[in-house]
Design a protein around this ligand. Structure first.
Ligand SMILES: [Zn+2]
Length: 271
């Protein structure tokens, strides 16, 4: 019996004085399963079998993600890894010596921040911060590495995810050189829509500028065009997706390529 279930059983017996131990055990197991179903709102954690998730559970700390919260700093030691349940973490790469940064990837409930630890890289490859609010779970880097080496399935799913991050970054590089700001903006909105619960989220023009690597005037023009086509509403930094199919038509093929690579690497496979 996993230790967390045994503890809950003991607590149940002490508090309620159950005469039927079997019923107490079933009750505790059910509560543990319900707790783990929350963890499964992160798609990587959802890939793990129940015993692996139970072994990780004690190391996962629930955290709220607030816009602008720093998650990791470029070149600094990775102290924690993060598994979002909703919201978006943005990864920015330095673009010049004057502090200009450009977004090279986003991380939401499909993934995690800190996967590079398993590639032997103890330092963050970029500046990571919360771009869209949400919540998720944090885990100490050392505990994560220990878990990856000892709990069956963890390293496999994280390495497969690391591969999809590489695809996202490389396809993004091709996208930035090839496709228009409007196409790239539509792609980014679709990727964000995939990572949040619902059709609305907050996003400032400054962040949109980081995302597109474009000036504020260009960002404003792109947002106006998407709004005029009735694909989104955009008011005071608040976005609502009105027409997802229309956004997919407006996006470049990169959205489908990145999503397809992810689904083929992660979805439908149990670690
Ligand atoms: Zn593209």
């Amino acid at each position: 019996m996993p230790s967390y279930v045994a503890l809950e059983v003991r607590q149940a017996l002490q508090v309620k004085n159950f005469s039927d131990t079997t019923a107490a055990l079933a009750d505790a197991s059910m509560r543990a399963m319900e707790q783990h179903s929350d963890f499964r709102s992160n798609r990587l954690l959802a890939q793990l079998h129940e015993p692996a998730l139970a072994a990780l559970a004690g190391e996962l700390t629930f955290v709220q993600l607030h816009v602008g919260d720093p998650v990791m700093a470029h070149g600094r030691l990775i102290r924690n890894v993060w598994f979002p349940a909703d919201g978006v973490i943005s990864m920015l790469a330095p673009a010049d010596d004057r502090g200009r940064r450009v977004e090279v990837g986003t991380i939401g409930k499909e993934g995690m921040a800190g996967a590079s630890l398993l590639l032997g890289a103890p330092h963050s490859p970029g500046d990571l911060f919360v771009q869209v609010s949400g919540h998720g779970w944090r885990m100490e880097a050392e505990a994560f590495q220990q878990a990856a080496y000892t709990i069956p399935g963890v390293a496999d799913v994280v390495l497969r995810y690391a591969h999809t991050l590489f695809i996202q970054a490389s396809q993004g590089c091709a996208c930035n050189r090839t496709h228009s700001a409007l196409q790239r903006c539509a792609r980014w909105l679709l990727m964000t829509h995939d990572r949040v619960n619902g059709d609305e989220f907050d996003l400032t023009q400054e962040y949109l500028g980081h995302m597109l690597g474009e000036r504020r005037a260009t960002v404003s023009q792109v947002a106006s065009t998407l709004r005029d086509r009735r694909l989104i509403t955009y008011n005071r930094g608040h976005i609502r997706i009105l027409d997802r199919d229309g956004l997919e038509d407006a996006s470049c093929p990169c959205y489908r390529i990145i999503r397809g690579e992810y689904e083929s690497a992660i979805a439908g496979r149990k670690a």
